[in-house]
Write a protein that binds this ligand. Structure first.
Ligand code: SF4
Ligand code: SF4
Length: 67
């Protein structure tokens, strides 16, 4: 199973990763980082296929995928 790490302090809440995930495992949480952005989080890690779409599309390099 792939593992996704989201660097929440770098997230700007653009939702690109949420939209791009083919397995819909990412959501924008209701928690904010120190800059005031609601950050992305993975809600169904067991469904992740490690495709790296989220990491590639993130404009702030806030996601890494390990597989
Ligand atoms: S690696 Fe692919 S399946 Fe996993 S969270 Fe990112 S976009 Fe979704
Ligand atoms: S694409 Fe990057 S900056 Fe945008 S919501 Fe996802 S993790 Fe945050």
């Amino acid at each position: 199973m792939a593992r996704v790490e989201i660097y929440t302090e770098a997230c700007k809440s653009c939702s690109y990763c949420v939209i791009s995930c083919p397995k819909k495992t990412l959501e924008i949480s209701e928690k904010v980082n120190s800059k005031g952005y609601l950050y992305a989080e993975q809600v169904r890690p067991e469904d992740c296929i490690g495709c790296m779409m989220c990491a590639q599309i993130c404009p702030d390099a806030a996601i890494e995928v390990w597989r």
